[in-house]
Each structure stands twice: as structure tokens, then as C-alpha cells.
Design a protein. Structure first.
Length: 212
């Protein structure tokens, strides 16, 4: 009986978070009220406030959940010897995160990319959210640095490149891809994967031409 009860609680929490995500993606944080969220999820105030104290708590929970998913995906890659190549790893993790949000839509389009852009904007004025995001990205960045070190140890990547620089670049590629989707519409993750493969295949011929 307790197991069923916990499943019900988890499902209700998921319902609230997904409904709030739709509201935030559609209208932004400031234009969204708790009444909007209550209407979206079709629940009473008491049912929602049992889980979340207000909009800030909802935002923090949504952001924390996504960061945990991203971190878990890259940690899984970091445990492989050697880790999957950057194009495969980034595409795999991003695809997994997007798959968990595919049912959350606004006007028939995925809400998640729009929501992420809203989150980034909100961090410019919300110190608490900025701290959550900064700490979460810091954890992911450190995991990526370990992945880069594993590439270098395996001879897959030049040893003279700072792991932190590569980590920031790979995170930027995923963030930029999400921003493009928010601005220009959905695109399959394979676009990012293929683009990274193309960049990874570039050969620097300057050294050879200079020596000749």
C-alpha cells in the first residue's frame, strides 16, 4: 500500500512540475502566477502547495531536476574506459534529457528549449536561482574535465589542451543547440551530433604547408 501511495505522490509532483514548465515556457516567469499553474494542472491550491511553496520553489525544482539528469548522463560516460567520443556523448545525453520532456509542449512544440532560455534570463535577476545553476554547471563541468583527461590518457585528444576549456566548449555546444531550438524551432539531436563529428574531422594543414 505504501508503494502505491508513493507512486501517487511522485505522479502528482510530476504533474505539477510539467504544468508549471508549460506555463513558464509559454508566458515567462514574471507573467505567470501561481493561479495560472493551478489552472494548468487542474488542482487545488492546497494540493500544489503541499509540494511547492511558490514559483521560486517550482523553478528551483525544475532546474535541479534537469541538472541532475545532465550530470548523471555525463557521469555514466566518465565511467567508461575510454569515454564515448564527444559527438556521441553530448548527443546521447541531450537526447535522453529531451526524451523525458517530450510530452511537455506549448502550441504543439516542445516547451523545454523555451523553458531553458527563460531560466537563463531569470538567473540574471534571481540570485538564488543563479547559485543553483552555477553550482550545477560547475559539477557538470568538472565531470567533463575528467572525461577530457580520460581522452588524453587514451591518446584520443591532444595533451596540451586544457581540460576545462574543452569542457566549457562542449557544454556551450549543447546550450547553443537548445537556444537555437527555442528561437528557430525543433531540430533532431543528430544535427548536433553530425556537426560535432564534422568539426572533429577538421585537420590543421598549416604546419605542413609552412614546413614545405
Amino acid at each position: 500500500m505504501a508503494r502505491v501511495s508513493q507512486e501517487h505522490l511522485d505522479a502528482r509532483r510530476r504533474q505539477i512540475l510539467d504544468g508549471a514548465a508549460v506555463c513558464f515556457a509559454r508566458n515567462g516567469f514574471h507573467a505567470t502566477s501561481m493561479q495560472d499553474v493551478l489552472k494548468e494542472v487542474d488542482l487545488s491550491a492546497g494540493a500544489v502547495y503541499r509540494y511547492f511553496s511558490g514559483k521560486d520553489a517550482l523553478i528551483a525544482a525544475i532546474v535541479g531536476e534537469v541538472l541532475d539528469q545532465v550530470h548523471e548522463g555525463f557521469e555514466e560516460g566518465a565511467r567508461s574506459t575510454p569515454p564515448p567520443s564527444p559527438d556521441i556523448l553530448v548527443a546521447s545525453v541531450l537526447s535522453r534529457v529531451l526524451a523525458t520532456k517530450e510530452s511537455v509542449t506549448v502550441d504543439g512544440r516542445p516547451a523545454f528549449p523555451r523553458l531553458i532560455v527563460q531560466v537563463w534570463t531569470e538567473t540574471l535577476r534571481n540570485d538564488e536561482l543563479a547559485t543553483i545553476l552555477r553550482e550545477g554547471y560547475g559539477v557538470v563541468q568538472r565531470t567533463w574535465a575528467r572525461i577530457v583527461e580520460a581522452y588524453q590518457d587514451a591518446g584520443m585528444m591532444r595533451p596540451d589542451v586544457a581540460p576545462d576549456h574543452v569542457a566549457r566548449t562542449m557544454m556551450a555546444s549543447a546550450m547553443g543547440f537548445l537556444a537555437q531550438q527555442a528561437l528557430f524551432g525543433p531540430a533532431p539531436v543528430e544535427v548536433l551530433r553530425d556537426g560535432l563529428q564534422g568539426l572533429m574531422s577538421v585537420q590543421d594543414r598549416r604546419a605542413g604547408s609552412q614546413s614545405g
